[in-house]
Design a protein around this ligand. Structure first.
Ligand code: ADP
Length: 490
């Protein structure tokens, strides 16, 4: 279970340890090479020097004429012997090496020092080299398995004898091998220690890395299961901390989305219920003939008709809003003259305004730049604002002004109506929000007009804002920022 849930840590650990093992092995190999190379060359030099010494000693012995008048006698393998080199042989006994005297044919003449199993170190091919005056040295494994360093050279010819003799010195590598084994043992121990340390550190690091990831996995699972209050408590500021922060933000966003959706559905069902109740109720009255006059009947039919229209509008508004929110609506943007759109919108609402006894004014700045917008949608926004103004104004004037300002082209719709309380002003752009519930209903309002208008303006890179003083009037401002000016397209 731990292994399965801790896979990243496991993989990471494996990679780090593998890399570490390779480095350790390379280090081990080079240190071992270094030590054995050093020991070998030291020992070879030593033995070669010793051989040279022995050769010199032997010559001196000859010169002293103490031994070996009959040099070259193959009598041989006697300690001491007639070959000369008495001092050398005695010396060999003390120095822990073995020395051998060999004639030109490779016959053993004399030997001394440590015993060596076998004589195969006397090789035919060396004889020529040796007696040509070149020293020879090589490694040799005795018949008993012991390893030796062999160094041989010709004994320099003496005055008294024509000694054609070579001296072989064999030094056992036992001590050197033991030292190397000790070094290797130390290296292995250090390697195991380093490996364990690395494994420990890797384990801790992988735990540190994987535990917040596991925490995140658990949290996201909870979020997926609908526990949207789940939050992560990871304080680090690295990438993992950033990811945890992003998950927390996602959770907040998801919760807001869910609450919004719930509220939206509650709103829709509430909004739909009212007209449906009316439809049902009045249809029932008509069906059971519960009316007295023909006028009354027509009145009920009118209500049914109105409510059906309201339902239809609401459904199409909702559909439009949903499409806009999903970014599915396609605008046909083109270069337009806003004054034309403004005049059209005013013309359409004029009849309604006059029937309420309201003045309707329009003032447009000269030399306005063109705006880049969707004509139909823009007119929809303007009509919506004008209709609201007429709807929520009982007396006075409604005016539309179009002017150029620093940010672009500004269109304002101002009325002298009932106004909107300050605390409700930001809410009028929310779906279904109405300040004047009864009046809005009376006029078939859906509470969706302003949210749609604002969304449309945002899609055209513009703005829609409201300013109001309750009791004295309201001003809506529409700003178009994409404008055509000074002959150049923006
Ligand atoms: P509705 O269909 O109810 O008019 P809107 O989204 O167009 O929906 O408007 C939302 C609410 O804002 C309205 O119900 C109304 O209370 C308020 N409102 C909008 N325009 C005005 C205005 N010119 N004067 C006063 N209140 C307004």
């Amino acid at each position: 279970m731990l292994m399965a849930s801790n896979k990243i840590g496991f993989k990471l650990g494996l990679v780090i340890l593998a890399a570490f093992t390779v480095v350790l092995a390379a280090l081990f190999w080079s240190i071992d090479r270094m030590f054995s190379g050093f020991y070998n060359s030291e020992m070879t030099t030593e033995v070669e020097e010793l051989t040279a010494h022995f050769a010199a000693m032997t010559t001196q012995d000859f010169n002293g004429g103490q031994t070996g008048a009959q040099t070259g006698t193959p009598a041989g393998a006697q300690t001491g012997g007639q070959t000369g080199g008495q001092t050398a042989m005695e010396f060999a006994d003390f120095s822990g090496v073995s020395i051998f005297y060999v004639d030109r044919n490779g016959n053993l003449l004399a030997k001394s020092g440590e015993p060596v199993a076998g004589f195969s170190f006397i090789r035919k091919q060396d004889q020529q080299t040796l007696f040509a005056g070149q020293p020879v040295s090589f490694k040799y494994q005795g018949a008993d398995g012991g390893h030796y360093l062999v160094s041989a050279r010709k004994v320099p010819a003496s005055g008294s004898g024509s000694a054609e003799t070579a001296v072989y010195v064999l030094s056992s590598t036992k001590h050197m091998d033991e030292s190397l084994i000790a070094v290797r043992r130390l290296l292995v121990l250090a390697g195991i220690g380093a490996f364990l340390l690395a494994a420990g550190i890797t384990w801790i690091i992988s735990r540190m890395l994987s535990s917040p990831l596991l925490q995140m996995q658990r949290a996201t699972r909870k979020l997926a299961a609908g526990e949207l209050d789940t939050r992560l408590d990871i304080a680090s500021r690295d990438e993992i901390g950033l990811l945890a922060g992003a998950i927390n933000e996602l959770a907040v966003e998801l919760k807001r989305y869910r609450d919004n959706r719930q509220e939206f559905f509650a709103n829709i069902s509430h909004e739909l219920r009212t007209p449906i109740t009316y439809l049902e109720g009045y249809a029932q009255v008509l069906r059971s003939g519960m009316y007295k006059t023909e006028d009354e009947r027509r009145q009920y039919l009118d209500i049914i008709h109105q409510e059906a229209k309201r339902l239809q509008r609401m459904v199409s508004d909702l559909f439009e809003l949903a499409q806009m929110e999903e970014g599915k609506i396609s605008l046909s943007l083109e270069w337009l003259d806003l004054s034309e759109l403004a005049e059209n919108a005013v013309r359409k609402v004029r009849l309604k305004a006059e029937s309420k006894g309201l003045q309707l004014g329009l003032s447009i700045d000269e030399d306005l730049p063109l705006i880049y917008a969707d004509g139909l949608r823009t007119e929809q926004v303007l009509s919506n604002l004008l209709e609201n103004a007429v709807r929520y104004t009982d007396q006075g004037e409604i005016s539309m002004t179009v002017l150029r300002n620093k940010q672009g082209v500004l269109l304002a719709v101002e009325d002298t109506g009932i106004g909107i309380p300050e605390d409700e002003l930001p809410l009028i752009f929310d779906r279904f929000y109405r300040v004047e519930k009864s009046r809005s209903r009376q006029h078939g309002g859906t509470g969706l007009g302003l949210p749609i208008a604002r969304k449309l303006m945002e899609l055209q890179e513009g703005e829609l804002n409201a300013y109001s003083r309750p009791g004295s009037g309201t001003r809506f401002e529409v700003l178009f920022t994409r404008i055509f000016e000074n002959g150049g397209l923006p």
